[in-house]
Design a protein around this ligand. Structure first.
Ligand code: MGP
Length: 255
């Protein structure tokens, strides 16, 4: 691929916080572990994948992102759903996989940090799906509440599903035997689910997440067809990296 780096820097809005590290010596010590796994995370890393330093901690490895994209269709199993919104898009791993799957008429990627979003755009360009994704630089809670209170029908809950790979409060999540989703920082699983529960969503969470808390997301809610939450552990070389809870759309009892 021939690239025009100056034009792309401008087009994607890349900043000095966006890096493509090429040798270990230039990688900050706390992300060296992730950089050493760069080809597991991005098979096209050498084509010029950009990351902000913080994005390394939460990026979904490409094989996992591809499996989630396949499973999303299987578990949501609803042809009327044509739009998928990745509300914590980060450096783009999942949005790229959703776009590559060809399943969705529209893929929307929301990311609050402008530099991280610029990396995501650049990375989508490398994977050939930059133009297939609608990019939004915003806080997802603000975006959703603005969208719901607007007259615009740009997003229809009946045709939309949400993928959420939120921050887990840093790498120290690994210290907890059972990860508490109610105290997850800065947003609890309940808070995220509540924002999108009428659409159906997939929550990408620590592998040790408390399953009772996941099942409680639908407590007191009505679910069409009595569908259940499906939880899948995603492994690389036999070791779980994370789980995804596929949560069907629900309404509160009586509304
Ligand atoms: P990890 O912390 O690198 O665990 O995250 P690993 O690889 O088991 O570490 P090791 O020291 O045991 O080898 C595993 C995966 O979790 C990453 O690849 C990311 O996909 C995901 N992940 C990690 N964090 C800290 C986050 C986060 O904050 N948010 C999200 N959404 N995903 C994360």
């Amino acid at each position: 691929m021939t690239r025009n780096y100056d034009a792309e820097w401008e087009e994607f809005g890349l900043t000095d916080e966006c890096h493509h590290y090429t040798y270990l010596g230039e990688v900050p010590w706390d992300i060296q572990k992730y950089w050493q796994q760069r080809y597991d995370i991005w098979s096209l890393y050498d084509e010029g994948v950009y990351m902000t330093d913080d994005a390394w901690f939460g990026v979904t490895p490409e094989p996992v992102a591809n499996s989630v994209a396949t499973d999303f269709d299987k578990f949501i199993n609803d042809e009327s759903k044509t739009t998928i919104v990745d509300i914590f898009a980060g450096a783009g791993g999942n949005a790229i996989a959703f776009a590559l799957s060809g399943r969705w008429e529209k893929v929307i990627a929301i990311e609050k940090n402008a530099s991280t979003l610029a990396c995501a755009k650049n990375n989508a360009f490398i994977y050939g799906v930059y133009d297939k994704i609608t990019w939004v630089n915003d806080d997802c809670f603000d975006f959703m509440s603005r969208w719901r209170s607007s007259e615009s029908d740009a997003l229809d809950p009946n045709t939309t599903v949400v993928f959420a790979s939120p921050p887990w409060g840093g790498p120290q999540y690994r210290g907890d035997k059972v990860f508490n989703l109610d105290t997850m920082e800065p947003y609890s699983a309940k808070q995220i689910h509540e924002m999108v529960r009428d659409m159906g969503c997939a929550l990408f969470l620590p592998r040790t997440s408390d399953l009772r808390q996941i099942s409680s997301l639908l407590e007191g809610k009505e679910v069409e067809g009595d569908r259940k939450i499906e939880v899948v552990q995603y492994c690389i070389e036999g070791a779980s990296k994370a789980l995804t809870a596929y949560v069907p759309a629900s309404t509160r009892d009586g509304n």
